[in-house]
Design a protein around this ligand. Structure first.
Ligand SMILES: [Fe+2]
Length: 167
């Protein structure tokens, strides 16, 4: 599942961009700040959506009726929702940062950003440890081709790069 690993890599790149942004406080890169404010949540949501719409259902169709594995997939979906909500909230803060530049504002945004990229990194690592080996065991060639086409569509729909440093 090279494609999933590739999209995991994109999510890590988003985390790195966030880290770069807050490292620059109290003089952040304004372009990066606006780009992340506008695109962070939609990009994250797109990666999550393709997993939930195509990848997880394909896995579930091939799984034995094991509650433990299905519960793990539901837990991952819950993490998607939490991360998306946190990213949406952070996006609003980033977009209004130019009007609010107190030390408390920077500290609060840096705190939110660290919490988000810690969670996204942990989630991605969890999927890499759990989902990728599982997919290798249970998905057949047709499943893989179906998922591959879904990821290709996702990439065609992608609305351009988020920032020169973030593909
Ligand atoms: Fe995920």
């Amino acid at each position: 599942m090279a494609r999933l690993a590739f999209h995991h890599g994109r999510q890590i790149t988003l985390c790195e961009a966030l880290e770069t942004l807050i490292d620059g406080f109290p003089r952040p890169d304004e372009g990066l700040c606006m780009a992340l404010g506008e695109r962070l949540a939609p990009h994250l949501r797109r990666y999550h959506r393709v997993e939930e719409t195509f990848f997880f259902p394909a896995l579930e169709r091939r799984l034995p009726a094991s509650d433990a594995l299905r519960a793990s997939l539901r837990r991952l979906e819950g993490e998607h929702r939490e991360d998306h909500d946190a990213a949406s909230e952070l996006s609003g803060e980033l977009l209004s940062l130019s009007e609010r530049r107190t030390r408390e504002d920077f500290e609060s945004i840096a705190y939110q950003a660290r919490a988000l990229f810690r969670n996204v990194r942990r989630h991605v690592a969890g999927e890499a440890d759990f989902i990728l080996p599982l997919a290798g065991q249970v998905l057949n060639r047709d499943d893989m081709a179906f998922i591959e086409r879904a990821y290709e569509r996702l990439e065609r729909e992608a609305a351009g790069p988020i920032h020169p440093f973030v593909p």
